[in-house]
Design a protein around this ligand. Structure first.
Ligand code: HEC
Ligand code: HEC
Ligand code: HEC
Ligand code: HEC
Ligand code: HEC
Ligand code: HEC
Ligand code: HEC
Length: 414
């Protein structure tokens, strides 16, 4: 604030020396932690405002955020803000001023509390982290849209509240744009909890995570404002199909196999071969048993639609737009290839009536429970409050039966 006012005065008095003004404005700009080749998403707004505004609504923008009442969607209202564990302890979500906490009570006594610092997710579920020095740990309670409630974090024990799960860099490799691991202080054999450079964290999956470093592009287009052609930026159109798919597959090919090289190094135009073990490429996902979490790329690649056409993720997804649940819009994309004119249209689609005719999705890409996101409920049971769209596009007789039964039921009621 202070710096800006001084700059303004200088600009008024030293009118012609406008360059100084620009320099002053940049004083507060933190350099991008990824290096000088990167500009940061805020630099794109000036020329790509429409895309930027629409991008702010997407799951990629929400993928990691500072925790606040805006990014944490569970309730802090009394009686809706707690969970009980097998050992009769409870975790209560408490809001004090702008800070949010998970507080552990045993026998009515406060035992422990940690602040919500970072929020991951937002589309179907959220999980949270807290800083302890330079280390990061996952909080015991997560939030699930399908439950409309807090629940134990995925994979956590149900008998007691667990605050000790360290967060590895790989979570950030898919859920953020960057974080820098500090070198190990102590080279003893025991594995240490990773320490991070806190200031290096770049939230969200940002523009340059998908488009590659763009500082030169920003400099060039700024210096040449009349130039309508883009320079110094990877042109998506010029990429091969495999390269285009891998821009997404780096994060959407399942989260079981570790990266050989940090996924933060992946840039548009690279292929996954540099990042994964050769065995990764010989796995053919089995749509019946697979763990669907995140493996859209493997599943799609096994589908007839994919094998017999040139489709990629962009055939159905606009990466700058949130189209979640707009099944009619997605169905239009199916019909760009499948329509009565092309003789490969669905014989069944017209049958259930108008309401479902424009929903190819629930019959051919049904929702499946994720095996990866399974939670212990405290009563010894495990639940999966998290369904994923299978990207194995096929005929699913069971989904068909359910939908036909539903449509008939509806007819009877009406
Ligand atoms: C000073 C203006 C300016 C700024 C700032 C700017 N761009 Fe651009 N960009 C352009 C122009 C002009 C084009 C070419 C016309 C178009 O596609 O919109 C372009 C095109 C692009 C393209 C398409 C390239 C292609 O050939 O397919 C991408 C991707 C892109 N910009 C990304 C970015 C990102 C990411 C940022 C921020 C880090 C950014 N731009 C900042 C002016 C700018
Ligand atoms: C750096 C990792 C990364 C890359 C690269 C990436 N994604 Fe994602 N994507 C994610 C994560 C993580 C989520 C879940 C975010 C959340 O809900 O918090 C996600 C969510 C999505 C969603 C769900 C949106 C919703 O509203 O539920 C779609 C669709 C998607 N990605 C498509 C793509 C496509 C297409 C590409 C390539 C052009 C791509 N992604 C590239 C990590 C990535
Ligand atoms: C999840 C990955 C992803 C993110 C995040 C992303 N883009 Fe894109 N962007 C793409 C892909 C893929 C294309 C190519 C779309 C196509 O041609 O089918 C594209 C195309 C573009 C284009 C050229 C085509 C057009 O629509 O005008 C521009 C400009 C662009 N992006 C800018 C941005 C900016 C600015 C941001 C950040 C606000 C951003 N992108 C964030 C994946 C992404
Ligand atoms: C290889 C990439 C990858 C890794 C590694 C990864 N995730 Fe994810 N994660 C995703 C993608 C992609 C999604 C979107 C769900 C889907 O696949 O449909 C997702 C979804 C989620 C969601 C639900 C988001 C929502 O809005 O519904 C949470 C929470 C989450 N991940 C947390 C984590 C945590 C914590 C870690 C580390 C232990 C982790 N993820 C590691 C890619 C990854
Ligand atoms: C880019 C074009 C394209 C798009 C988009 C497309 N498909 Fe296909 N699809 C094909 C082709 C080509 C085949 C193979 C047809 C054949 O073998 O004669 C196919 C096959 C199928 C099959 C038969 C699968 C099997 O295993 O027998 C179904 C079902 C199907 N598509 C449904 C869909 C649905 C639903 C969508 C939208 C979510 C969709 N398709 C989008 C091109 C496409
Ligand atoms: C009520 C469920 C349902 C809906 C809705 C539905 N389909 Fe189908 N579809 C089926 C079933 C079942 C079959 C298998 C029919 C058979 O083998 O006789 C099928 C077959 C297909 C085939 C393969 C055709 C062939 O002869 O190989 C394609 C392509 C297809 N559907 C595309 C679509 C598209 C595109 C939509 C959306 C406009 C759609 N379907 C909507 C249930 C449905
Ligand atoms: C033939 C069309 C089609 C193609 C191609 C396609 N998707 Fe999807 N995708 C969909 C539909 C339909 C949904 C469901 C949208 C909804 O329910 O809101 C979806 C949902 C998703 C989601 C959200 C996951 C969930 O469970 O809700 C992610 C992530 C995603 N797609 C990633 C990808 C990636 C990555 C690729 C490329 C490897 C890809 N998709 C290619 C049609 C497609």
């Amino acid at each position: 604030m202070k710096i800006n006012r001084i700059c303004l005065l200088m600009a008024v008095f030293l009118g012609p020396l406008i360059a100084i003004f620009t320099q002053c404005v940049n004083v507060n700009n933190k350099p991008d932690a990824r290096g000088e080749a990167y500009a940061g998403s805020d630099k794109c707004i000036k020329c790509h405002q429409r895309i930027y505004d629409s991008y702010l609504q997407t799951a990629h923008f929400a993928s990691s955020q500072p925790a606040s009442i805006h990014s944490v969607h569970g309730s802090f209202v009394q009686n809706h803000n707690q969970a009980t564990f097998g050992d009769h302890s409870k975790v209560v979500m408490e809001k004090r001023g702008n800070n949010l906490y998970q507080v552990l009570y045993a026998n009515g006594q406060k035992v422990k509390e940690q602040r919500f610092d970072i929020a991951f997710g937002g589309a179907k579920a959220e999980t949270y982290m807290y800083w302890k020095g330079n280390q990061l740990f996952q909080l015991p309670m997560s939030y699930f849209n399908a439950l409309g409630n807090w629940a134990n974090s995925p994979g956590f024990p149900g008998e007691h509240a667990y605050f000790d799960r360290p967060i590895e860099q790989r979570c950030f490799e898919c859920h953020s744009s960057y974080i820098n691991e500090l070198p190990q202080q102590n080279f003893s054999l025991a594995r240490q909890v990773i320490e991070y450079d806190k200031n290096s964290l770049i939230y969200s999956i940002d523009c340059e995570r998908c488009h590659g470093p763009a500082a030169n592009h920003v400099d060039f287009q700024t210096a040449n404002p009349t130039e309508k052609k883009a320079k110094y930026i990877v042109a998506y159109k010029s990429l091969t199909r495999a390269q285009r798919l891998d821009v997404c597959a780096v994060c959407h090919a399942g989260n079981k196999d570790d990266f050989q090289v940090s996924a933060f190094k992946f840039k548009a135009g690279d292929t996954l071969a540099k990042f994964k073990e050769p065995t990764f490429f010989s796995q053919i996902p089995n749509p019946a048993t697979l763990d669907v979490h995140g493996n859209q790329s493997g599943l799609l690649a096994a589908s007839k639609c994919f094998l017999k056409s040139n489709m990629d993720c962009g055939t159905c997804h606009d990466p700058h737009k949130n189209e979640a649940s707009n099944l009619a819009a997605y169905s239009q994309r199916c019909m760009s290839c499948h329509n009565s004119g092309n003789h490969n249209f669905c014989k069944v689609a017209p049958e259930p009536g108008a309401s479902i005719k424009n929903n190819c999705i629930d019959c051919h890409m049904p929702l499946k429970p994720s095996n990866a996101i399974e939670i212990a409920m405290g009563n010894g049971k495990r639940e999966v409050p998290y369904l994923v769209r299978t990207h194995y596009i096929a005929v699913y007789p069971l989904a068909y039966k359910k939908i036909i039964a539903f449509a008939k039921d509806k007819k009877r009621v009406n």
